[in-house]
Design a protein around this ligand. Structure first.
Ligand SMILES: Nc1ncnc2c1ncn2[C@@H]1O[C@H](COP(=O)(O)OP(=O)(O)OP(=O)(O)O)[C@@H](O)[C@H]1O
Length: 435
């Protein structure tokens, strides 16, 4: 433990050494009073001669987080009197990083809130700086997404990823798998679009020799390959109705039979599904089974469209260029970045990727300017304020709000319902958990 402020209670400060994560002791007026060893090795030393405030050290702000447009866990802790949790992007010696912040209140003898312990767990499922591996971003909507993934990853709960095409649903599924206890086992992706019922069944469950014409030998199914790991059903909305019953039975009983076999096999997997469709509409029209919808929708996560991610567009574009670069790094001029930030990108990150791939072909050097971009963006119109595409439909907007609120409430649905001013039952209904 290192005492930063001389006036703080040493005994309380020594408690920091008991945490397995970086931790600091903070006063009610945001002063950092002490740090533990793990904090210093992860986030760096704090100048003991200066009055360090948590918002200055972690964010470089001159005012507390809530006044800088971010949620402040200390303030939330003060008003609730209990533990609060939030995902922030902090400045670290390695650049900006996502950090899962937990704030614990410490009460004095007479019950007043004396100190706060801030525990800071670095989150590695996404990158807030340039990266060729992870999901990249640090915009508020992206941070809310990372928060949701971080909350659910360690559970075995089924996740439904919803979002327009190319928003990163598959990448998010990988992030959940990799942050889960199943990460040492495989993640198997099943592309549900375009599969007939028969093909889907034999792919997923496997088949025995002679089960149908052409079944010349036993074939193990993808479920067997996913044993102990994660099954990712991409475009779940396209699963044929007949197969939906079999999927429901599999999820409910955890068992299945290979095509042509009577032997009951047990499956062990965590289910993640993705769709770009509005599945509740498909339920209403009878194309998707309602019971299956409620089964797969235990934890819905909405991926925001690229056009809502602000500065992330530049960061993602640079990360993509880094991936494409061989010897020299391709660079975007400032005005080229501004042009990208104004674009609609109906195909989201995938479309941005395609634009940049084309731009590299057109570029004579490693500089990509507006002229080059315009040549390869014939179908990506910059959005203007009269463009109705910028308006999300109400249902998706509501889902995004609920996701962010639930993340803020650490998954506590009763609290979320209270803040939203609706009954718990309405909240469940809106989340699609009950009718
Ligand atoms: N936040 C991000 N940072 C960097 N790259 C991203 C990010 N999100 C998506 N990508 C990239 O964009 C492309 C599309 O992502 P992905 O395939 O995960 O989208 P999707 O939503 O599953 O698309 P679809 O609905 O069409 O299946 C991939 O190349 C992926 O690596």
């Amino acid at each position: 433990m290192q005492l930063i402020a001389k006036d703080s209670d040493k005994d309380v400060a020594y408690m920091l050494d008991g945490f397995d994560y970086p931790a600091i002791l903070v006063s009610a007026d945001y002063r950092i009073l002490a740090t533990n060893e793990l904090y210093r090795s992860t986030f760096g030393e704090i100048d003991v001669d200066k009055e360090a405030r948590c918002y200055q050290v972690s964010h470089g702000y001159q005012v507390p987080c809530d006044q800088a447009g971010e949620s402040c866990p200390l303030l939330a802790c003060k008003s609730s009197g209990s533990k609060e949790r939030v995902l922030h992007v902090h400045t670290t010696p390695r650049g900006k990083e996502h950090v899962d912040v937990e704030m614990l209140p410490i009460h004095g003898e007479d019950g007043e809130l004396k100190y706060f312990v801030e525990i800071l767990k670095p989150v590695h499922i996404a990158s807030a700086e340039l990266s060729t591996q992870n999901m990249v971003g640090r915009s508020p909507v992206f941070n809310a997404l990372v928060e949701m993934i971080n909350l659910v990853a360690s559970r075995d709960t089924s996740v439904l990823l919803m979002g327009e095409s190319g928003t990163g649903k598959e990448l998010a599924a990988k992030a959940i798998h990799e942050a889960s206890s199943r990460s040492t086992r495989p993640m198997i992706t099943v592309e549900c679009a375009g599969l007939t019922e028969t093909l889907f069944e034999s792919e997923l469950f496997g088949h025995v020799k002679g089960a149908f014409t052409g079944a010349t030998s036993n074939k193990r199914g993808l479920l067997e390959s996913a044993e102990g790991g994660t099954l990712f059903l991409d475009e779940i909305g396209d699963v044929p109705l007949g197969m939906q019953v079999k999927l429901l039975r599999l999820i409910e009983t955890g068992s299945y039979r290979a095509v042509g076999s009577t032997e009951l096999k047990r499956a062990n997997f965590r289910l993640i599904c993705a769709t770009h469709k509005n599945l509740s509409n498909n339920v209403a029209s009878g194309e998707f089974r309602e019971d299956l919808y409620y089964r797969i929708n235990a934890f819905p996560i909405v991926l925001p469209p690229l056009r809502e991610r602000g500065d992330d567009i530049a960061l993602i574009a640079k990360s993509i260029l880094e991936k494409f670069s061989k010897k020299d790094m391709y660079r975007l001029t400032e005005s080229a970045i501004k042009l990208l930030e104004k674009c609609n990108f109906a195909g989201n990150v995938r479309e941005l990727r395609n634009v940049l791939e084309r731009a590299i072909i057109f570029a004579h050097s490693n500089i990509i300017d507006v002229k080059i971009l315009e040549r390869c963006m014939l179908d990506v119109r910059p959005h203007n304020d009269n463009n109705e595409d910028k308006w999300q439909d109400l249902k998706s907007k509501e889902m995004q709000y609920l996701n962010e609120l639930l993340a803020f409430c650490d998954g506590d649905k009763a609290r979320a319902a209270h803040i939203a001013g609706i009954s718990l039952r309405s909240l469940y209904r809106k989340l699609g958990v009950v009718k």
